[in-house]
Design a protein around this ligand. Sequence first.
Ligand SMILES: Cc1cc2nc3c(=O)[nH]c(=O)nc-3n(C[C@H](O)[C@H](O)[C@H](O)COP(=O)(O)OP(=O)(O)OC[C@H]3O[C@@H](n4cnc5c(N)ncnc54)[C@H](O)[C@@H]3O)c2cc1C
Length: 413
Amino acid sequence: MEKVRTAIIGGGAAGLFAAASLPNGCGKIILFERGDRLGRKLSATGNGQGNISNEEISLARYFCVGDRSDATIGKALKRYGVESIKEFFENLGVLLQTDERGRVYPSSRQASSLTDALRREVSSRGVDVRLNARVTSLKKKGDVFLIGYDSADGEKTIAAETVLLCTGGKAAKNFGTDGSAFALAQGLGHGVTALYPSLVQLKTDTAFIKTLKGIRVNDALVRAYIGEEEACALTGDIIFTDYGVSGDAIFRVSAFVSERLLEGARLSIDFLPTVSEERLFSFLLNKRKNVKSCPEEELLCGIVNNQIARAIAKRAGTGLKDLVAVTKDFTLKVTGSLGFDYAQVTKGGVPLSEVNERFESKKVKGLYFAGETLDIDGECGGFNLHFAYASARTVAQAIGKNSLEKSKGRGQV
Ligand SMILES: Cc1cc2nc3c(=O)[nH]c(=O)nc-3n(C[C@H](O)[C@H](O)[C@H](O)COP(=O)(O)OP(=O)(O)OC[C@H]3O[C@@H](n4cnc5c(N)ncnc54)[C@H](O)[C@@H]3O)c2cc1C
C-alpha cells in the first residue's frame, strides 16, 4: 500500500496554507481535494476580490458554539496575526493592501491571485496533489492512518503517519463543502457541535416591507435583539428582498445571532443614524409648516428613500412622534435564514475542547484540524480566511517539528 508521511484532506484555504507552509524535509506530502481544482472557494471570496484578513484580528471577533478555548485560538492569532499573513503572501509575490475599513485584500483585488500563488507554491514544493479525490473513510490502525478515497480508477486506500483534516464546514455546498466530511472526524471519536449557517441573508416578517423589494439603504444602523438582549449594533448596507433582508450589514449581523434565530430574534433598523430624534422631529415640524403642498404620508420623502418614506408612514400612522420613532426603530421579526446553501460560513464543528493548542486531536495522536472544520467562526471582513491561515500555519509548524524529529530519529536528516 502507498504510504506517505503527511496527508492533508481538503484543498481549500486551510489545506493550501498548510501545504505551502510545511517546512522542507517533512517527507512525502499528499493533498486530497474532492473537487477538480484547489482553492475554488478561496477564488470566490470577497466578491471575487479576496478579503483575506483584517487589521483588527483579535479573539473578540470570533465565536464558538461550544466552549471557547482562548488557549487554542488566541495563541494562533497572536502568533500568526495580520503582519504575518502580509509577509507570507509577500514572500509568494502577492502584495496585500488594507482598505478604509481595515479589510485586507490583494492589491490586484483578485482573489484568484491568492489561489494562484498558493497553488504555485504547493506545486514547487512537490506536494502530491490528488484532485477529484474525495476521502470517504479515515481510520487509525496502530501508528498509521488508513485513508480511503475515490479516484478515477475506483476506490483506493493509502497509509499516512499524520493527517490534517481541513475539509471545511457545511456552508456553500457548491464549493465541495456539504458537511459530509464531519463524519471523518466523528469516525475517529470526535464530536461535532450543532451546526448553523452564518454570514447569511435573514428571513423576516415581510408585512411592512412588501413594497421595498430591491431597495438598498446605505449606512443604516442595525441592532439585533434576542428577546430583550441586544446582540449587536452595527452600521452598513441593507437590501430588502421578497424573503426579508440581505446586504453587508445583515451578513455581519447574522454572525451574532444565527444560532439563536428561533429564540425571538428581531432587527431594529435606524434609517437615519446620524440625525437625532429631536433634530428629525423639528425638521419634520418645520417641513409640515413650510411645505404645505406635501401630503402627511410623504413628509419623509426627500429625507429617506421615497419608497421607504411611504412604508414608514404607513406603519407609523399620522403623528410626527410616531413617524420619527419608526424611522429610528423600524422593527422586523426574524423568522430564519436562507440556510447553509447561501451562507458563507458554518458556525460549529469539532469542539476546541477536543484539540490542544497545536490543533492536534486530544483523542487521536497525529490527527490535526484547521479552518472551518473546527468550532470557530469569525465576523464578516476577512476573519474567517485569517483563521484558516492562522490554524493551518500552527498545524504546519507542529507537523513540521514532529516530522523533522522523526527524520532525525531515522537518520534521514
Ligand atoms: C461566497 C463566499 C465568500 C466568502 N468570502 C470571504 C471573505 O471575503 N473573507 C473571509 O475571511 N472569508 C470568506 N468566506 C469564508 C471562507 O471562504 C471560509 O471560511 C474558508 O474558505 C474556510 O477555509 P477551509 O479551508 O476551512 O475550508 P474550505 O475553503 O471550504 O475548503 C475545504 C475543502 O475541502 C474539500 N473537501 C470537503 N470534503 C472533502 C473530502 N471528503 N475529501 C476531499 N476534499 C474534501 C472541499 O472541496 C473544499 O475545497 C467566504 C465564503 C464564501 C462561500
